[in-house]
Design a protein around this ligand. Structure first.
Ligand SMILES: CC(C)(COP(=O)(O)OP(=O)(O)OC[C@H]1O[C@@H](n2cnc3c(N)ncnc32)[C@H](O)[C@@H]1OP(=O)(O)O)[C@@H](O)C(=O)NCCC(=O)NCCS
Length: 153
């Protein structure tokens, strides 16, 4: 399995995974817009095809945000989601991001467990967050200070 940057031809597989994972998938135009606006967009590739992806950005100066993460059903529980998150965290660390936030549907028990396993804490409920009225759980992970970028005394 390799993790690499998203390229335009990957959009077909990303959309297949997105629509199979979410009842309210992002339309292709929004995904391309997010990419063109400079968000981080990584894909996991195995067996010569894209099997997962993560989209993230720096929302404020030191706050990172995971916009979307999904792994093809056939490739789950093989550590691919964890590696995508770790890769994004490496990039966030290099950008001196101090905390990462994300929202997940309250009913998405699997993803909530996954993020807890990845070191995220459930911070608060966001009422009626989704268009269908479902609440979201806002989750947060603090990142360690990146001392290598600090000036010496
Ligand atoms: C959430 C998701 C990305 C996890 O991807 P994955 O590659 O299967 O996750 P990993 O294999 O790295 O899982 C790491 C650990 O997280 C936990 N975990 C993962 N999925 C879980 C689930 N469905 N239920 C409970 N715990 C889970 C486990 O502890 C797992 O370790 P284990 O397999 O050794 O028990 C994947 O289930 C998915 O695409 N879901 C649909 C889309 C989605 O909900 N995205 C998140 C909201 S943005």
């Amino acid at each position: 399995m390799i993790i690499r940057e998203f390229k335009r031809p990957d959009i077909k597989r990303v959309l297949e995974i997105e629509t199979s994972c979410f009842n309210d998938p992002y339309p292709p135009s929004i995904l391309i817009d997010i990419y063109n606006l400079g968000a981080g967009f990584l894909v996991a590739q195995q067996d010569n095809m894209v099997v997962g992806y993560i989209i993230f950005w720096i929302r404020y100066e030191d706050e990172g945000h995971i916009i979307s993460l999904a792994v093809d059903k056939k490739y789950r529980r093989k550590n691919i989601g964890s590696q995508l998150v770790d890769y994004a965290i490496d990039i966030f660390n290099k950008c001196n991001v101090r905390e990462i936030k994300l929202e997940v549907r309250v009913g998405n028990r699997g993803a909530r467990e996954f993020y807890k396993e990845s070191g995220f804490e459930e911070k608060k409920i966001l009422k009626n967050y989704y268009e269908d009225g479902e609440d979201a759980v806002m989750m947060r992970k603090a990142l360690k200070l990146n001392f290598t970028n600090k000036p010496k005394d």
